[in-house]
Design a protein around this ligand. Structure first.
Ligand code: NAD
Ligand code: UFG
Length: 342
């Protein structure tokens, strides 16, 4: 019988790509999402790619009664991947309580339900934001955690602590914490991708919308950083590669007896790419020019950060494989498909 997994936030950007990979690997997926930052049509895309429509519960993970009903109606869930969270850094500064409430209550509810319903493990979506501005690059999982620069970033740090404290207290569960670097791109089918609400904050959706003529010009936030071309450096990781890491993590957590109850992995490519290099990659791979200008630095930005992904490579047996040009082509194909649908 297929192992049943609850994917919270499963109609979101990373959750939808992960659902596809879980289903392809033979897992049975139940999604819970309140559709606060995604659309029900994402299920059509998942079904078109995999031939399977995942079970879907429209509900809020912050409501423990909704969760208990879900676990009763879908008995036998063995693992959880918790994507459900609010994720806009700027908004979190304006609405900190919304962020603390949504991101922490949802996690605590899930943790509370796990022993009640016999769920063995939870994979948690954390972020390289917990490292702040690293003293050296690239960084592995032992790099120091720096004071958070936003309530959003703080929710990731606190979430990691909540999971650790709960397991240390003897709760009969396991957890794998995944620290994502910068997820970008879309499924190669162009049937699912990133669907930002309103004006995008993140680089790639802003870039593809500019290339599509929806935005007049992309602003590169700063070219006076201490980097070879002066723009910031990130570790851009393809979203499908990222999704596949979750399948490896789930397998390790549920099927291997001799692993630690809590494990942490960086998910990145190991390659730092500057903002200007990313724009070049987009133009090279799509043949589409992106009008851009250099603007002032964006407050709170990290200058450079990229990962040492060796632990995930060796322990999870996972490696990011997609060349960045292919990732940019997929992001563009998705943007074009969105335009067709309108
Ligand atoms: P997303 O907004 O596309 O997906 C999150 C989904 O969760 C959305 O579909 C939203 O409707 C849902 N959701 C939010 N609160 C909910 C609640 N209380 N109950 C039920 N559903 C709820 O975001 P994403 O980019 O797919 O990110 C997924 C996870 O990865 C988040 O935890 C995010 O913080 C983390 N992460 C993302 C990035 C990134 O750059 N995208 C980087 C590091 C970490
Ligand atoms: N950038 C621009 N112009 C834009 C948008 C972004 O130049 O219009 C630059 C930023 O200044 C930064 C780089 O592109 O140097 C990447 O910016 P993003 O907003 O795409 O990503 P961040 O690295 O700032 O943030 C991401 C996630 C956060 C997470 C963080 C972890 O969006 O959720 O990584 O470091 F906390």
């Amino acid at each position: 019988m297929a192992t049943k997994i609850l994917v919270t936030g499963g109609t979101g950007y990373i959750g939808s790509h992960t659902t596809v990979e879980l289903q392809k690997a033979g897992y049975e997926v139940v999604i819970i999402d309140n559709l606060s930052n995604s659309s029900i049509e994402v299920l059509d895309g998942i079904e078109a790619i995999t031939g399977i429509r995942p079970a879907f519960v429209q509900g809020d993970v912050c409501c423990i009664e909704t969760l208990r009903r879900l676990f009763n109606e879908h008995p036998g869930i063995k693992g959880i991947i918790n994507f459900a969270a609010s994720k806009a850094v700027g908004e979190s500064v304006e609405k900190p309580l919304l962020y603390y409430r949504n991101n922490l209550n949802s996690l605590m509810n899930l943790l509370e339900c796990m022993p009640e319903f016999g769920v063995k493990g939870i994979v948690f979506s954390s972020s390289c934001t917990v490292y702040g501005e690293p003293d050296v690059n690239p960084i592995d999982e032992t790099a120091p955690i720096k004071p958070a620069t936003s309530p959003y970033g703080n929710t990731k740090q606190i979430s990691e602590e909540i999971i650790t404290d709960y397991i240390t207290s003897g709760a009969p569960i396991k957890s794998i914490i995944l620290r994502y670097f910068n997820p970008v791109g879309a499924h190669p089918s162009a049937l699912i991708g990133e669907l930002p609400n309103g004006v995008p904050n993140n680089l790639v959706p802003y870039l593809t919308q500019t290339a599509a003529g929806i935005r007049g010009q992309l602003t590169v936030f700063g070219d006076d950083y201490d980097t070879p071309d002066g723009s910031c450096i990130r570790d851009f990781i393809d979203v499908v590669d990222l999704a596949k890491a979750h399948v490896k993590a789930m397998h390790r957590m549920l099927d291997k007896e001799d692993t630690d109850a809590i494990e942490i992995f960086n998910l990145g490519t190991g390659r730092g790419l500057s903002v200007l290099e990313l724009i070049e990659s987009f133009e090279r791979s799509t043949g589409v020019k992106v009008p851009y200008k250099i603007g002032p630095r964006r407050a709170g930005d990290i200058e450079k950060i990229w990962a040492i992904p060796d632990k995930a490579n060796t322990v999870l047996g996972w490696k990011a494989e997609m060349p960045i040009d292919d990732t940019m082509r997929n992001a563009w194909a998705w943007q074009c498909r969105l335009a067709e649908k309108k």
